[in-house]
Every structure is written in structure tokens, then in C-alpha cells.
Design a protein around this ligand. Sequence first.
Ligand SMILES: Cc1ncc(COP(=O)(O)O)c(C=O)c1O
Length: 409
Amino acid sequence: MPAYCRRACLRRATCSCLIMFAERTKWNLAPNRLSQALARHRAAGKPLVDLTASNPTECGFAYDQSAILEALGNPAALKYEPAPRGLTSARQAVCEYYAEHGAAPGVDDILLTTSTSEAYSYVFRLLCNPGDEVLIPAPSYPLFDFLAEIQDTKLVRYPLLYDHGWELDFHALEQAITPRSRAIIVVHPNNPTGHFTRRPEMEKLNVICAARGLALIVDEVFLDFCLGREGPSSFAGNRDALTFTLSGLSKTCGLPQMKAAWVVASGPQELKGDALARLELIADTYLSMNAPVQLALPSFLARRWTFHEQLMGRVRRNLAELDRQLALQKICSRLELEGGWYAVVRVPATHSDEEHALSLLNDLSIYVHPGHFYDFSSEAYLVVSLISKEEEFSTGMKRILETFAVCAQ
Ligand SMILES: Cc1ncc(COP(=O)(O)O)c(C=O)c1O
């Protein structure tokens, strides 16, 4: 019995859609309604106020171009030196990065990857047999579904609770653990809620993981982007449970195109050593890091503050503008946030968040993400990017709030 593609082809016998692919790739590849509407909008050449910006290289930040290009031109890159964990000089720079965050991983605790996404795949490969489970927070980052599915790993969601701030629902988290659970993912700070995991929560996570033989996977790509005065510490120094801390250049330096990230292993010594040896073999199989970027990585990290300063300035100004506009009305509000690049706006639940996003696009030419992209519950949440250009952000938010005000009348 041949397998057929999901597109219910009618010409079964001669169908060119006859498939020979793995079940795990049986995705519904049809674009969702919002993506279709966006494509139509763009094809029609209509103007667009895009409040979903997430690519820092397209947000008008000034990069030190000559320093970046100079760092990439290191003559040492002319020699191939295979290093499964990554070049020592690059890993040393990552150690220095963590020293600024109150953690002191050793050079050999670090393994470089081409992206945080690749780091996830290595760690899933290390921990999970097909069908094993990893717990993820909800709401959170939408790419987890694909990252896990490609590695035959099953995701199980645990809820985050909101009450003037976010916290982990430990009761629900413990209920969600099964004999197939292998790890708990924490995003610190979370995307898009922008909240950090607090120390008491970290301690509780350690107790749960140590007691149940689970690993912690901590995504810290937004760790540097804290709105408070004191930056929260990194999980890279966590020793009470086997912990994999993930981050990379795409957010810390605003250089997603450089494709460089890392995983730091910490935890009980013996477990950590075993994990690293196995991860090293996974990395050795691909040797995916390229020499020029590894050699440039110390320079990129050392210079990240000029980017950081611009980005945080933008985030603070957009947030202040959002608050100023919200204070002029009572229909919409925003959820508390402590860091990251996004704000979550609560709007009237008169329609689904998808309907709201579609109307904003079709009627006002404003593009926002509906909360369900991030696994928000059924209430109406819209996610807006605080790294959007300021004028665009201000105009877009003004039109959005005016529209909801008119609808409420
Ligand atoms: C929480 C989170 N983790 C990971 C990534 C991806 O990082 P990378 O570009 O290193 O794969 C993103 C990108 O937006 C993200 O929001």
C-alpha cells in the first residue's frame, strides 16, 4: 500500500506525489492564513508596517563594518584545523562572556555549533531515543516543534502562569513528567514573554531534574537583554543537575548571519564528562563550524556592547512609547516583561487572535504576530517586536489602539 502525500491527490495510481519520505517529514506545508494574506499584501505592492521584526541586520542598527570584515579576514583561516568542540580561542572567548554573567565554565565544557537550533538538535540527539519526551514552556518559542520532530523527540508542554509577572507552574510541570521524559527546557528570558527564571525556580528545577534523572536545557539567547539594572545570572554555572546552556551570536551580537552558537555543559562531574564526550562525537561527525567565523568570534563578542547599547535604547524607547499610548486608553494593556525583544499586548477577545492579526493586516497594513503562534492560551494576545524602527512602531501601535477603541464603542 503506497503512502500518499497529505494533499489528497486524486490521480492516485500515477500520482507524482507518491511519497517515499520519512513519517517525520509529513508536515502540512500549506502556509497559514496570515502568511498567505501577508504574501498577497506584499505581492500587491501595498505598504506595510511590520511589527514583527526579528532580524537585527534589517532594523537600522549601525554595525562596525570594517571591524567585522577585518575579523573575518584572519589569515589563520587558510589552514584547516578540525576541532570537534570548536577552536580553543573561540571557546575561550565564550568563557569570558560567561565570566561577565557570573559563571565560570571551563573551555572544555563548551562546544561550538552553527546555531542554537543546531545545539538543540545535538542535545536532543544526545538525550532522546525516538519517542522520548522533552518538556517545553507554553507560551514560548515556536521553532521547538520542528527542532524536536526532526530528532524524533516528542514535546510535552508545561504552562507558565501570569499574574502581574510570569512564573513556572510547577504542579503542572511535575504532572507532565512521564517515564519517557528526558529533559526540561527553560528559556531564560523567555521568548516572547520576556521573563527570567528566578533563583528559587532554578533550585526547584534542579531538585526535580536530579530526582527524576532529567537534564535541563536552558536557552539563553536573550540573556544580555535585561531591562532591569542587574542582569540575572546564567545557568552555565548550574551544578546541581546536568545542564546544557545554549546561546550564540545571533542575538548577543546581532549577527545571525555568522552562524555561530554554543552549548555549555555543567552539572555533576561524571555526568557532565560523559555528556561532553558523546556530544563531541556528534559534533565530530559533522564538523560544521567554519574557520573564519570561529577565529572572528572573540572580536565579535568583545565588540557586542555597541550593538547592545543601540538595541536596548530602541527597546526602551519603544516600550516607553507603548506605555504612553496604552495610558491614553483602557481597552488594551501589555503584560509585564523583564527583558528580551518583544512585548505582549492583550486585546479584547472579541475575535480570535488570528482574526485580529488578519484584520490589522488587511485593513490597516500592520503586521503583528497572534499569540497562538507562541502557544498562548485562547485569550487575545498580540506579540509586537520592540526592535522595530521607532517611527514604524509608534505609528503601528497608534493605529492598532485606535482601531480597538473604535470597535469597543
Ligand atoms: C528563544 C530562541 N532560541 C533560539 C533562537 C535561534 O537562535 P539561532 O539563530 O542561534 O539558531 C531564537 C531565535 O529567534 C529564539 O527566539
